[in-house]
Design a binder for this molecule. Structure first.
Ligand code: SF4
Ligand code: SF4
Length: 226
């Protein structure tokens, strides 16, 4: 049976207005299997692909309880980072750390061609780009309202297929974070960028280095073994 993915891309190719707003607004993260496919597409080793195109993303979320292996108590967070989080309105007891690899970005995602208004890796782009704007697994989201900048959201509706893809993506993300918690970030990826950003509520709030991020994860892990 042929994969339904080309059908989705075809649907999007006709309905998406190619305005590039999604490639401008969002920080796009990538999963290990997606990165492998994308590096092959550009005929690069994964290490080289990471070095040229990727940065670290540390997405943070306030939490009241810290029973997840990637959660850290606020008192364990180094002062410099905790003060950035506080300035951005985080005052919870715990913070969930969601470390990812994602694409570099200035005005647009590094893979967006602003002259042609096209994704330069359209056929192998990450699932979150292929499914956009129908990412939310919930069934009753008003996509036209939630993504009012996106023409596709107002002229198309999520299908059973896009719901299934969004659900699958959630499962894959959960598996990825489990494996980061068990093995450590440096053992999940073949290489890690030296630099990255902390992301809160979809916005970059601070730069972060590889060693700062790994130290934070180590501190969260120590809580697990104490
Ligand atoms: S990977 Fe392609 S579709 Fe996704 S944000 Fe970047 S340019 Fe846009
Ligand atoms: S914002 Fe919507 S219409 Fe514009 S490029 Fe992205 S998916 Fe297509």
């Amino acid at each position: 049976m042929s994969s339904p993915l080309p059908m989705l891309l075809q649907e999007k190719a006709t309905a998406c207005q190619k305005c590039g707003e999604c490639c401008r607004k969002y920080y796009i993260s990538v999963l290990p299997d997606e990165l492998e496919r994308e590096a092959k597409f550009f005929k690069l080793s994964q290490e080289k692909f990471i070095q040229i195109y990727c940065q670290l993303f540390l997405q943070v979320m306030p939490l009241q309880q810290g029973d997840h292996p990637l959660a850290i108590h606020s008192s364990a967070i180094p002062k410099k980072i905790w003060s950035v989080l506080q300035k951005n309105g985080i005052s919870s007891n715990y913070v969930m750390l969601l470390p990812m690899l994602g694409f570099k970005k200035k005005e647009f995602c590094v893979f967006f061609d602003p002259k042609l208004y096209l994704c330069t890796m359209h056929t192998v782009k990450p699932a979150q780009c292929s499914i956009f704007p129908f990412m939310a697994g919930e069934k009753n989201v008003d996509f036209a309202k939630a993504y009012d900048f996106c023409e596709l959201a107002s002229i198309a509706s999520p299908t059973r297929y896009t719901h299934a893809q969004a659900d699958l993506q959630k499962v894959k993300m959960a598996r990825y974070f489990d494996s980061v918690a068990k093995k450590g970030m440096e053992n999940v990826w073949s290489a890690l960028p030296q630099e990255g950003i902390i992301i809160y509520q979809g916005k970059s709030i601070s730069p972060i280095t590889r060693s700062e991020l790994l130290e934070l994860l180590q501190l969260a892990r120590e809580k697990e073994t104490n």
